[in-house]
Design a protein around this ligand. Structure first.
Ligand code: GTR
Length: 326
């Protein structure tokens, strides 16, 4: 009996010791902040949390990541600036606002760039994707992985838009980016850059007549309550990007860098699964809530309307467009 007791005690002792060595109680745990502007159960936040869990696991608990969802740490632009300063360690951000921080990444926000979502993901998962993540070098940001954000379309509070002509003069909110403004000007709309969190009340009070986004964002931001008409013209599909601050990156050992990178890439599958599910559910939910949806079948006039964008930005993104045989 005594023997068993001793055995049990030594097992307990060893486990406490191991736990402490893993950082559980040792005080050596480094806690990092990850910012996301979406609500807690949004697919990107599900991805962020998976990433956090995997980092903790792969670094034996030496790194812990606290995920701050719902824009608690600021809007996307200010979060990216805080990453550059090193006061926030990690973020998940959309590629379009990053066009203001990188000369290359904007290629992913060009209208009708890929033939399909499958084609886009083949490139993002391949060499081109990694090369694009590497273009942040020198901007105090480190790109870790791409998350899914599907395709963006247009919505408004006035009427069901069927052709680019119907958009003429409508005040449409775009993401804060030169390129995004140019695209909506090419569609003939009056493009208004604004932070995401301000759009609901701007449409509600009539300052804006609409916006553009994918179904999950349209639904979870409640914009569908104030804009009832959604036109599925899938005009662009900038992915989400999981990023680290250069400051954090430089502080990591090579082995930990590998752990962070692997954790980021492994979290993608979980994020994309949640993405597909919410894309389906959110489309159904906005229809159930009385929204009218127009599914574009003739994309020719939409593609034609944005041809000037390729004239304007063709030179800047030449290297990437060549790689995509565009
Ligand atoms: C969402 C994206 C956000 C933000 C938002 C916007 O689809 O996930 O990060 O960029 O769009 O329109 O501002």
């Amino acid at each position: 009996m005594k023997k068993r007791m001793y055995a049990l005690m030594s097992v307990l002792f060893v486990s406490v010791f191991v736990l402490a060595a893993c950082g559980g109680e040792s005080g050596d745990v480094i806690t990092l902040k990850l910012a996301d502007n979406h609500p807690d159960d949004y697919p990107t936040v599900i991805g962020d949390k998976k990433f956090a869990e995997l980092v903790e696991e792969k670094t034996d608990g030496r790194y812990k990541i606290d995920v701050f969802a719902g824009g608690q740490l600021g809007d996307e632009k200010s979060v990216v600036e805080q990453l550059q300063l090193g006061s926030i360690d990690l973020t998940r951000v959309n590629a379009t606002p990053l066009t203001e921080f990188s000369d290359d990444i904007g290629v992913l926000s060009l209208p009708y760039l890929f033939e399909s979502e499958e084609a886009k993901w083949e490139h993002l998962n391949g060499e081109l994707g990694q090369e694009l993540l590497d273009t942040f070098e020198g901007s105090k940001l480190v790109g870790l992985a791409f998350y899914d954000s599907g395709e963006r379309s247009i919505y408004n509070s006035k009427k069901l838009i069927k052709t680019p002509e119907d958009l003429k003069g409508l005040k449409i909110r775009v993401q804060p980016s030169e390129l995004a403004i140019s695209v909506f000007e090419a569609f003939g709309a009056s493009a208004t850059p604004m932070e995401y969190g301000e759009v609901y009340s701007a449409i509600q009070t009539g300052v804006l007549e609409g916006g553009e986004n994918n179904f999950p964002s349209y639904y979870t931001s409640n914009h569908y309550e104030v804009a009832k008409y959604f036109t599925v013209n899938k005009y662009t599909g900038p992915p989400e990007i999981l990023m680290a601050s250069q400051k954090l990156w430089d502080s990591l050992s090579d082995e930990d860098k590998k752990a962070f990178k692997e954790a980021a890439l492994e979290s993608v599958a979980v994020q994309r699964e949640a993405w597909d599910k919410l894309t389906q559910e959110s489309k159904e939910a906005v229809i159930e809530n009385g929204n009218e949806i127009f599914e574009v079948t003739d994309f020719a006039p939409w593609r034609e309307a944005v041809e000037p964008i390729y004239e304007k930005y063709g030179e800047q993104y030449k290297e990437w467009l060549d790689k995509l045989n565009k």
